[in-house]
Design a protein around this ligand. Structure first.
Ligand code: C5P
Length: 208
């Protein structure tokens, strides 16, 4: 049997994290949420008092971010925004490249989710899923998630923030958020959690 390296890319709140975790459990593979690495760098930069738009400050944070990986604050919207700003810098991406690549190539296979797994980190991954959903569906999911955590934000603010982040992720020069040429697109706008997971497993089965 060939080694399964599953790439799951897509925008924020598309369901890619849930799908990647479920695929890892289903196939008994290790899973890496690469967004967490960028979130840790963004949060570390903030703790350092650095400007996330400044390449030197962001790069300095990239070397020290490891200790933060278990920190709950990485999950907040504010940290997501910081992550999206530090992740624009090529030197930050380069610093995080080797560990992601090593994770992808470990014997036995792996599941990685992010923005550039199928295009940059593991172009040999197969299958490659690009999970997407309308901005309205994603904003509503994020809003419900935040309500359940007691974070109070309006739906309109969340939607604006998602649009801004999508634009930044899509338009950056290096590793923009784009499906790989050989990716299969999974639109989860009208799927609940279980339906999205079943659809993803079906796509993996077809593609492998
Ligand atoms: O997926 P998540 O929302 O946790 O990612 C936070 C931010 O990190 C994204 O908006 C994106 O800018 C950046 N990121 C990236 N490449 C990845 C994963 C995340 O640029 N592979």
């Amino acid at each position: 049997m060939t080694t399964l390296i599953i790439a799951v890319d897509g925008p924020t709140a598309s369901g890619k994290g849930t799908i990647a975790k479920a695929l890892a459990a289903h196939y008994g593979l290790p899973h890496l949420d690469t967004g967490l690495l960028y979130r840790a760098v963004g949060w570390q930069c903030h703790l350092n008092g650095g400007d996330p738009d400044d390449p030197a400050a962001a790069l300095a944070a990239a070397s020290f971010a490891d200790t933060l990986l278990g920190d709950d604050r990485l999950r907040s919207e504010a940290t997501g925004g910081l992550a999206s700003r530090v992740s624009v810098h090529p030197a930050v991406r380069q610093t995080l490249f080797n560990r992601q690549r090593a994770f992808a190539l470990q014997p036995g296979g792996a599941v990685l989710d992010g923005r550039d797994i199928g295009t940059v980190i593991a172009p040999e991954a197969r299958p490659k899923l690009f999970v997407t959903a309308s901005v309205e569906a994603r904003a509503l999911r994020r809003w419900k998630e935040m309500q359940s955590r007691g974070e109070d934000h309006t739906l309109a603010t969340i939607e604006d923030d998602l649009r801004r982040r999508d634009e930044r992720d899509r338009e950056r020069a290096q590793a923009p958020l784009l499906p790989a040429a050989d990716a299969v697109i999974l639109d989860t706008s009208s799927l609940d959690r279980d339906a999205a997971i079943s659809a993803a497993i079906a796509l993996v089965e077809q593609a492998r």
